[in-house]
Design a binder for this molecule. Structure first.
Ligand code: NAP
Ligand code: GDD
Length: 344
């Protein structure tokens, strides 16, 4: 008999890729969404699986709602991907972020404990928990030091996941995932912001784009590779915490340079600090400026993870490299800017 997976946050980037992966494996996929004025299935439609997923309304802030959904659909596995996932916004909405990203996870864990403690649970933890890093590269044993309300809420959820595993014997795993991107990434995150806006500049829909801290470094992988690691965690005999990462750090500046090249610009950087600009060598046009409004109140300068444990214990490997990832995102946005078909 096929297994049932409940994916919270199915409308997001990871939700879409995970749903496709599980459907290919023969799972019945139930996707929960928080109620809004319209069903947000654009990413699932892009992957051609919109009609293959069963949808249910579920908001992580409402415990009775969470319990009824878990009871009704009897999932074998729950993948908790739902979150207020934008670090910048968490400074403005710290309490909401704590409620959804922190307490929301306890609501799910309590539902599992009360309804059926055999349900396997995946929690979408994050490299933001390392924050002001105490060792490089970061591993499952690196001490945590989060530097924003998002990372702090996620750290609470990580420890609750660990605690329910140890206290109640639930097969609960925490995937400590470093940044992962794709053409389906939300446009407010820096990678997609760069590829979508530089494509708009290329096609004459805007003159230039603005960024914040371009020297920040992140470990960027492809979301499609990372969702397979989530599944592997729940299939392993022993539940635990696993880092998924590429092991390579690149700066926002590097990302912009490679994306620009893919879109036909040859960027040289001139000036310093807020006056720095990215100029297209061929036309001498400024296509990137710095705008302090995109600076964060406190910075996480550099994150880079070691995926060794996941590689050794789960047999997980990532397939897509940095240049390939940036190229795919830039080409997808080039096409969307050309057609002005802004689906998501
Ligand atoms: P995303 O695209 O922002 O998707 C987040 C999802 O959560 C959306 O489907 C959103 O629904 C849903 N959601 C938000 N608030 C909710 C609530 N109160 N109740 C129910 N659903 C709610 O994020 P993603 O990039 O796919 O990431 C998936 C998960 O992995 C998140 O938990 C994120 O924090 C974590 N993570 C991501 C990365 C990364 O680099 N992508 C790295 C580490 C960890 P709407 O469609 O209604 O907005
Ligand atoms: N969003 C954004 N916009 N970020 C910018 C900009 C800008 O204009 N300019 C520079 N940055 C820098 C940010 O300061 C940060 O250092 C880096 O680019 C990446 O920012 P985001 O793409 O917004 O992602 P994030 O690293 O803060 O968070 C993402 O990755 C986490 C895992 O490390 C999100 O997906 C989180 O949900 C996830 O947990």
């Amino acid at each position: 008999m096929s297994k049932t997976a409940l994916i919270t946050g199915v409308s997001g980037q990871d939700g879409a890729y995970l749903a496709r992966f599980l459907l290919e494996l023969g799972y019945r996929v139930v996707g929960s969404q928080r109620r809004s004025s319209s069903l947000n299935t654009a990413r699932l439609a892009y992957l051609g699986i919109e009609k293959d997923v069963e949808y249910v309304d579920m908001d992580l802030v409402e415990i009775t709602n969470v319990m009824r959904v878990v009871e009704e659909f009897e999932p074998d596995e729950i993948y908790n991907l739902a979150a207020q996932s934008f670090v910048g916004l968490s400074f403005e909405q710290p309490i909401y972020t704590a409620d959804v990203d922190g307490l929301g996870v306890t609501r799910l864990l309590e539902s599992i404990r009360v309804i059926n403690s055999k349900i396997k649970f995946y929690q979408a933890s994050t490299s933001e928990m390392f924050g002001s890093v105490e060792q490089t590269p970061q591993t499952e044993n690196t001490p945590f030091f989060p530097r924003n309300p998002y990372g702090i809420a996620k750290l609470y959820a990580h420890w609750m996941t660990t605690n329910y595993r140890e206290t109640h014997g639930i097969h609960a795993c925490s995937g400590i995932l470093f940044n992962h991107e794709s053409p389906l990434r939300g446009r407010e995150f820096v990678t997609r912001k760069i590829t979508s806006q530089l494509a708009m500049v290329k096609h004459g829909h805007q003159d230039y784009m603005s960024l914040g801290n371009i020297d920040a470094k992140r470990d960027w992988g492809f979301a499609g590779d990372y969702v397979t690691g989530m599944w592997r965690m729940l299939q392993s005999e022993k539940p635990g915490s696993y880092v998924l990462a590429t092991g390579e750090a690149k700066s926002v500046r590097d990302f912009a340079q490679v994306a620009a090249l893919e879109l036909g610009f040859d960027v040289v950087w001139v000036g310093n600090g807020v006056d720095e600009r990215g100029v297209d060598r061929k036309t001498n046009r400024t296509i990137i400026t710095i705008d302090p409004k995109y600076y964060r109140p406190i910075v996480v300068e550099s994150l880079v993870g070691s995926p060794l444990k996941a590689e050794m214990e789960l047999g997980w490997t990532r397939k897509v490299g940095f240049a390939e990832l940036v190229g795919a995102m830039a080409r997808s946005d080039d096409k969307q800017a050309q057609d002005r078909s802004l689906a998501f």
